[in-house]
Design a protein around this ligand. Structure first.
Ligand SMILES: C[S@@+](CC[C@H](N)C(=O)[O-])C[C@H]1O[C@@H](n2cnc3c(N)ncnc32)[C@H](O)[C@@H]1O
Length: 300
């Protein structure tokens, strides 16, 4: 289903032309306009903190401060008051301080909860005497899968067939296309599209090694012509593509929009599953059924 947002019908029927309102209202610098009537991801803007530190880094720093305070408390209790330390209480104390500091620094609510739980989880798992190789394996798997999520703020989370079908239906049929999935994950979207559009070119850019490796092996086994690169999409030139697909996060979208605005050529299409761009009304919104996340589409 396509929910029209003004020029959506125009965009649907003429995929090679930018919608009229986009073209007519370019500003003096020749850039696409910033629309003012879009909705934003609910609850997202309200939580934007005033500082510039990535949440994972801030969480680590605050947990470190909480640990230092707890260590000082432990010294006080054992050396001055000569009390027997209760490590469960100390873990709870550290978590509570970290949670309080996270609130002061306006971290998202779920981060505050993690901050509270983290020292308790360390205390609890320490008591289980789990062999160290289990921790190492878990760490390696997490690093391979999520890589620099702490920096990109985009976790690995695959889309599903309903989304791939909608994308396939929306792609221009009257010509060959070049499409890129920025953050291609396991590559399933592109493998699906490449099977159905052997005339066209499908490229994936993925920053995390493990999903990238899976996508490469998968493409090889399926003899797919989809190509996957272990690369930061920031280093790919969007001008080389007719369609750019993104399934990232609200935090990544402003930079994606800026890059798209700079590089994408007239007639090209940006699609973003689930995440819109604050202040930029999409040309079309594709939605399978009520209550499921839509795909936002912008025609340049
Ligand atoms: C939500 S998943 C989407 C996966 C895939 N597009 C799909 O539809 O199933 C986002 C992916 O983007 C990747 N990613 C995040 N930042 C990236 C970057 N700067 N360059 C390339 N990939 C990135 C993540 O590693 C993750 O695998």
């Amino acid at each position: 289903m396509v929910r029209a947002t003004g020029p959506a019908q125009t965009a649907r029927s003429s995929l090679t032309e930018a919608p009229r309102h986009f073209r007519s209202s370019r500003n003096a610098a020749g850039l696409l306009p910033i629309m003012t009537s879009s909705s934003t991801v609910p609850g997202y803007e309200a939580d934007i903190p005033r500082h510039d530190i990535k949440p994972a880094t801030l969480a680590l720093v605050l947990q470190g401060v909480a640990f230092a305070a707890t260590f000082a408390a432990w010294l006080l209790l054992t050396h001055i008051f000569l009390l027997e330390p209760n490590f469960l209480a100390l873990a709870l104390f550290q978590g509570a301080i970290a949670m309080l500091l996270s609130g002061i620094f306006r971290m998202a609510v779920w981060w505050r909860f993690i901050q509270l739980i983290f020292p308790l989880a360390v205390f609890w798992t320490h008591g289980l005497s789990i062999p160290s190789w289990v921790y190492l394996s878990g760490f390696m798997l997490t690093v391979g899968l999520f890589w620099t999520t702490f920096r990109t703020q985009v976790p690995f989370y695959p889309s599903h067939e309903g989304v791939w079908r909608q994308v396939a239906q929306y792609l221009p049929r009257d010509r060959k296309i070049r499409m890129i999935d920025i953050g291609s994950g396991l590559g399933d979207l592109l493998l699906y599209l490449a099977d159905r559009r052997p005339d066209s070119c499908f490229v994936g850019a993925e920053i995390a090694p493990l999903p990238w490796l899976v996508s490469r092996v998968h493409a090889y086994l399926r003899k797919s012509n989809a190509r996957f690169y272990l690369r930061n999409y920031g280093k790919m030139d969007f001008a080389g593509f007719d369609v750019v697909f993104a399934y990232l996060s609200p935090a990544a979208m402003p930079a994606v929009w800026e890059k798209a605005r700079r590089e994408m050529l007239p007639g090209s299409i940006l699609m973003s599953y689930e995440f819109e761009v604050a202040g930029n009304r999409p040309t079309a919104i594709l939605q399978q059924e009520q209550g499921t996340p839509p795909i936002y589409v912008w025609h340049f």
